[in-house]
Design a protein around this ligand. Structure first.
Ligand SMILES: Nc1ncnc2c1ncn2[C@@H]1O[C@H](COP(=O)(O)OP(=O)(O)OP(=O)(O)O)[C@@H](O)[C@H]1O
Length: 244
């Protein structure tokens, strides 16, 4: 495959995942982290990924985000196979299409919020203005603050602004509220829901918190490396109504 520059194709799913397996190690010590996962995800959905610790959630996100490769099976992004992609094509896929948000924010302490976001916009193909990205996550007034002057939730929102500033087609969020209390976590989820609605980026959100599923268009629950449940939520609630 030459490139992964695919544009969305009407009704085609963003991701078509078939019989996906990931085995770590081999022999008696092998860990079967994913066992034959099949999933279709339409464009633009906000998907909450649930499941017990060790059920395969991060492994799944890492593979569809192009950070890791499956042992077997296929992942198609807008019809193009990630499994067969060269390392260079996979790097381009991550750079051009995917925004990542993790539990820990990894901001540069010596740079302001705006400068942290600008680190990405300076190398992106069609970036937003950092101020616009920070506005979308509700941090317009804090744009010239350093990380140490921001709360944990605000720092996470800077990390979200950094991820969205390159206008990704997909957002991969692995426990973005894992280090936050309920009230602060809700503000972060509101920012993610707003970004999903405003930019239309297909958004995956891993959480241990079952109640976060109420804000999703779709809930996928993993158990022991397989999909235990894949259900559409007809009436997602605003994140502001969540608490835990
Ligand atoms: N690099 C690795 N080497 C060996 N085993 C691994 C590796 N990464 C993950 N695993 C194993 O694969 C299984 C799935 O792990 P994964 O991190 O995907 O689960 P998870 O659902 O995200 O868990 P958590 O909620 O605790 O983050 C676990 O048994 C884990 O120990």
């Amino acid at each position: 495959m030459a490139s992964l520059d695919a544009e969305p194709d009407g009704a085609a799913p963003t991701y078509q995942v078939r019989d996906l397996s990931r085995v770590y190690g081999d022999g008696p010590a092998a860990v079967h982290a994913l066992r034959g996962v099949d999933i279709d995800v339409p464009e633009g959905e906000l998907i909450v990924v649930l499941g017990a610790s060790g059920s395969g959630k991060s492994t799944f996100l890492n593979i569809i985000g192009g950070l890791d490769r499956a042992t077997a099976g296929t992942v198609r992004f807008r019809g193009q196979d990630l499994h067969d992609a060269s390392d260079a094509a996979l790097t381009r896929y991550r750079r051009d299409h995917v925004g990542f948000v993790f539990q820990f924010y990894n901001l540069m302490p010596s740079l302001t919020a705006r400068e942290n976001v600008a680190l990405v916009t300076e190398i992106a193909r069609n970036p937003m203005d950092p101020a616009e990205a920070l506005e979308l996550v509700g941090l317009g007034p804090r744009i010239d603050h350093f990380p140490a002057q921001l709360s944990g939730g605000e720092q996470q929102r800077v990390a979200i602004a950094r991820a969205i500033a390159k206008r990704p087609d997909v957002m991969m969020c692995d426990e973005p509220t894992g280090a936050l209390d309920s009230k602060t976590g809700v503000r972060v989820l509101e920012a993610l829901q707003n970004v999903n609605r405003e930019l239309g980026a297909t958004t995956f959100l891993i959480t241990h918190n079952v109640s976060v599923g109420w804000m999703a268009d779709r809930v996928i629950e993993f158990a022991d490396g397989a999909v235990r449940e894949n259900r559409v939520n007809a009436n997602p609630v605003p994140a502001s109504e969540l608490s835990w």
